[in-house]
Design a protein around this ligand. Structure first.
Ligand code: C2G
Length: 129
């Protein structure tokens, strides 16, 4: 059984997130998701609306997901890939090239993003709602 891992904030969970997780599950293996902690999002310079506990619980309850771990640093990916015996690291193509350093440990895939949806856009449209 293959092990696939990805990481993300998954704030205001939307169809773009679901499509990505479904694609990972379609690769036919165990799907592990590293959900960014609130503290790590501060390091990423990313403001989040929904706190980590809620974001992690939502992702954990998505049928395509087998396990959720906290993402607390940029550096943890190499250790995670070894610790969980990861075969594939996959993430949206907005990160293309950023994680190629993992390619000596596992396959690295950059996946197409879902068009016309993002947490940033959702926040904007909520302002005018
Ligand atoms: N995504 C997507 N299509 C969208 C929006 C997001 O495929 N319309 C994907 C992103 O490419 C990412 C995942 O959904 O693979 C989670 O997106 P974010 O929560 O925005 O993740 P991000 O903040 O980019 O964190 O170490 C990696 C980072 O933690 C990634």
């Amino acid at each position: 059984m293959k092990t696939i891992i990805t990481y993300g904030t998954f704030d205001m969970f939307h169809i773009g997130h679901l499509n990505l997780l479904e694609t990972l599950a379609s690769m036919g293996g165990r799907v592990i998701v590293g959900v960014s902690t609130d503290e790590f999002n501060e390091k990423k310079g990313k403001k989040v609306l929904i706190p980590y506990e809620q974001r992690a619980r939502i992702v954990k309850n998505i049928k395509f997901v087998d396990e959720v771990i906290p993402e607390f640093s940029w550096e943890q990916k190499r250790d995670d890939v070894v610790k969980y015996g990861v075969d594939i690291f996959a993430i949206g193509e907005d990160w293309k090239g950023e994680f190629d350093f993992l390619s000596n440990l596992c396959e690295v895939k950059y996946l197409p993003r879902t068009r016309d949806i993002s947490t940033t856009e959702l926040k904007k449209s909520l302002k005018n709602f």
